[in-house]
Design a protein around this ligand. Structure first.
Ligand code: MGD
Ligand code: MGD
Ligand code: SF4
Ligand code: MO
Length: 729
């Protein structure tokens, strides 16, 4: 029998609505839902290829135990859970709960039950050692928000903006943020056609830069200098929103003094941006009308990502790019709580220096969470509190963490390493003591709540309209499979440990104040995922049952919610002169200009995403990889010619900390002196490198977690890495 059902793609954060054609209940084709009012039929190859992912020979269809000879024995998930529980209990009894850590990777995000249940379990055993990929992604966002404060009513939105500043972010490929992730290519095209003037700051002429009004093709790693230069122009020419600043912003004098050295001449010399372009960008941003600014991974992985994110918030506040009293709120919440915004600031809050103290490099908990880059050292460093057990949830530490050699040593040193994954290719799973096979996203129900909550993460994220979708599982796991959902792992281990579980019904990245609602699990009756969704949406503005009524998703714009005026006597201000950030600006101005000082490393290696794969996921599909196996080192054709290189040649790229082989490929539009290369490639053993043509290379080998790292998030220099090129393999 042939039929079609609605679904939600969970291959990335965009959560596109999909239509799944089935034969006898088995998905055979996935297409976009052309009737959807928000995504307009959009999908990408990663979503459409889920059909082959579902039946890929690399898929984990059950659980595996690694034996002492390194081979894997299939075991039932019940037995795996029994054995993992016993091992965890022994580790906790011997070393205390801090010896147990969790790492939540990319595939925790689109499964909204996973994080609250895993956190509930960690709270129940008493371990604070929860790590996520957020601290090796864009940790500057949450840190900058804490230092600056937030605006209760939220930012102006992309869809009616007159300008948007995109900094080290490329939404057309990444579907992450900047341009809202619902069909970003069309959204940006439509915006430009109605007159928007996008400004792109990126060393590469990206798909977004192609549509920019101004493209600042700066040297990598110089975003703080460029943004400080823009702020200086705006202050000098008094282009800021004086009324808004007077009423709601503090610290302008300190900021003005700190940006003073960043004259257009200095920025041109330092960042390689023509003076006239810098001034045009500043004037456009300040005078265009409505707008916003978004940074992405490129800027956060380059040095001083916190400062870059902070300067964007300063630009937003100086130009009053926040929703004003009486304006209609674009998205007042659907599955999330009713938004009751006011035209007032939420005061800054502590960004670091509280909670759990790590034993290495002076780290503590911070607004972005505990630093993942320090976890390998927490595993390797003997003594009280040493981490002995790690549970990786939809993540791939070996491929994704910076400093792959240290990561490998740490993963090998663990007494217990458990991976919750769907497949084993190019993966940390081969080092795990237990691999717990998880259901594929098409085999469990889904809700768009995560993308809705993403609007709290930063400007230009989430839905700008009150949209939501629920989709039931589109198919059953194949016959004979023995799979669980990630959250069930934690429930089942808790049950075996005779623990009570209580989960907070809130997301770690929301900044809503007040205690979250709590939900106590019945440990004698496991809830269904649907029941958990019900709990997670219990505070929603729209009853969950109403969302479920319309399988393809819909916009719930039945209620007009407007921004209320500030409360009488409200004193909190948005802070643009934070002491730590001002000190960093002074430090930037005082340091030598790197490209003039560091001549031995004339190139900068920068991060990028590949269209067809999601970090590691999809590398084992030839169509997604466009029939190559590696991650090319993209360079400007003139640089290749100057070095006597042609497409397909092998080079060695050396940073101050490591070295990798790579295959070059010409790409017009990359700034000269820049190498643009994706992460999560290479073989699984950096000490016996596989052929670069077969596996590519891991750019994390060029980073060191012990040098040039952020003191709060721990993120090391993962983009704008100074490198040198040697010809030949
Ligand atoms: N050098 C360098 N390093 C980087 C980056 C960079 O740009 N440059 N980017 C960083 C960023 S932004 C991030 S987020 C991290 C990514 O860090 P990770 O999340 O640790 O890495 P991924 O490769 O995304 O790992 C996803 C894992 O989940 C598995 N998986 C896929 N689908 C599912 C599913 O439905 N359920 C479950 N349970 N598992 C699934 C995949 O097989 C894979 O093993 O890497 C970071 N590392
Ligand atoms: N197709 C695909 N989509 C993905 C992913 C994927 O692997 N593939 N990964 C997902 C994940 S985990 C994340 S976090 C998001 C990330 O989403 P984005 O942050 O949008 O990531 P990118 O597309 O890599 O865009 C980063 C941009 O920064 C630029 N850049 C690099 N260094 C610098 C610098 O020093 N300064 C400036 N100004 N620019 C710089 C790069 O040229 C690149 O265009 O994407 C998600 N979506
Ligand atoms: S953009 Fe993301 S959610 Fe949409 S189809 Fe592609 S992978 Fe799926
Ligand atoms: Mo990420």
């Amino acid at each position: 029998m042939r039929d079609s059902v609605h679904g939600i793609c969970r291959s990335c954060a965009a959560m596109c609505p999909i239509v799944i054609d089935r034969e006898d209940g088995r998905p055979v084709r996935i297409i976009g839902d052309k009737h959807n009012p928000v995504y307009w039929g959009y999908t990408c190859i990663k979503g459409r290829e889920m059909v082959s992912q579902l039946r890929h020979p690399d898929r984990l269809l059950g659980s595996l135990r690694r034996e002492s000879d390194g081979r894997f024995t299939p075991i039932t998930s019940a037995q795996a859970l029994d054995e993992v529980t016993q091992k965890l209990q022994r580790i906790i009894a011997e070393h205390g709960p801090r010896a147990v850590a969790t790492y939540a990777g990319t595939y925790i995000f689109t499964y909204p039950a996973t994080q609250p249940v895993s956190t509930a379990w960690m709270n129940a055993i008493g371990s604070p050692m929860m790590f996520t990929s957020a601290t090796i992604d864009q940790p500057g966002k949450t840190i900058a928000a804490a230092l600056h404060g937030t605006w209760s009513a939220g930012p102006q939105v992309f869809d009616d903006a007159d300008t948007w500043l995109l900094v080290g972010v490329n939404p057309i490929v990444a579907h992450s943020g900047g341009v809202p992730n619902q069909n970003p290519a069309k959204r940006l095209k439509d915006a430009v056609e109605r007159g928007m003037k996008p400004i792109v700051l990126d060393p590469r002429r990206t798909e977004c830069a192609e549509r920019a009004f101004v493209h600042l093709q700066a040297r990598p790693g110089e975003d703080p200098a460029v943004l400080a230069g823009m702020i200086r122009v705006i202050l000098k020419e008094a282009l800021f929103d004086a009324g808004f600043v007077r009423a709601h912003v503090a610290g302008v004098d300190a900021l003005a003094a700190a940006v003073e050295p960043f004259t257009p001449q200095y920025v041109e010399r330092r960042a390689g941006v023509p003076m006239a372009d810098l001034e045009l960008a500043a004037r456009t941003f300040a005078t265009a009308g409505r707008g916003g600014a978004t940074a992405g991974t490129g800027s956060n992985m380059a040095p001083r990502g916190n400062l870059t994110e902070y300067l964007l918030l300063c630009l937003m506040s100086l130009c009053g790019r926040w929703l004003k009293a009486g304006e209609r709120v674009p998205n007042a919440g659907v599955m999330g709580p009713r938004f009751a915004p006011r035209a007032q600031a939420n005061a800054p809050w502590p960004a670091w220096g509280y909670g759990e103290k790590l034993r290495v490099r002076g780290f503590s908990d911070a607004a972005c969470g505990l630093p993942t880059s320090a976890l390998p050292d927490e595993i390797l460093l003997p003594g009280d509190g040493q981490v002995k057990a790690l549970i990786s949830i939809g993540g791939n530490p070996l491929m994704a963490w910076p400093d792959q050699k240290k990561t490998l040593a740490a993963l090998k040193a663990l007494d217990l390493f458990v991976c919750l994954d769907i497949q084993m290719a190019h993966n940390s799973c081969h080092l795990a003591h237990y691999n717990i096979g998880c259901k594929h996203s098409l085999e469990s129900p889904a809700i768009t709540l995560p993308n809705e909550m993403l609007s709290y993460f930063g400007t230009g994220f989430g839905y700008a309209v009150p949209y939501a979708q629920y989709a039931p599982a589109a198919t059953e796991p194949p016959p004979g499979a023995d799979l669980i959902e990630e959250w069930e792992f934690f429930y089942e281990v808790a049950r075996r440990m005779k623990l009570e579980l209580e989960m907070a019904v809130a997301y770690s990245w929301t900044t809503t104040s007040g205690e979250p609602a709590r939900y106590r699990f019945d440990m004698t009756r496991k809830p269904s995922t649907d029941e958990l969704f019900e709990v997670l949406c219990a505070e929603g503005r729209v009853p969950f049952a109403r969302v479920k009524e319309r399988p393809g998703g819909r916009v719930f714009d039945d209620e007009a919610i407007t921004v209320m005026p500030a409360e009488a006597g409200h004193a909190a201000r948005l802070q643009v002169g934070d002491g730590a950030m001002v000190a960093e600006l002074h430090a930037v101005a005082a340091e030598p200009i790197e490209h003039e000082a560091l001549r031995e490393y004339p190139f900068r290696l920068i991060s990028r995403r590949m269209h067809g794969v999601m970090n590691t996921t999809g590398r084992n599909n030839a169509r997604q990889m466009r029939h190559r196996h590696h991650n090319p080192a993209f360079m400007n054709p003139l640089d290749l010619a100057a070095l006597g290189l042609s497409d397909g040649d092998t080079i060695r790229i050396a940073s101050r900390y490591g070295e990798i082989p790579a295959i070059v490929e010409a790409e017009d539009g990359i700034r000269r002196g820049v190498i643009s290369m994706s992460h999560c490639f290479g073989g699984t053993d950096p000490d016996s490198p596989s052929d670069v043509r077969e596996a590519g290379a891991n750019t994390g080998l060029l980073a060191s977690v012990e040098h040039e790292y952020d003191p709060y998030s721990g993120i090391p220099r993962m983009s704008a890495i100074p490198v040198r090129i040697d010809k030949g393999a």
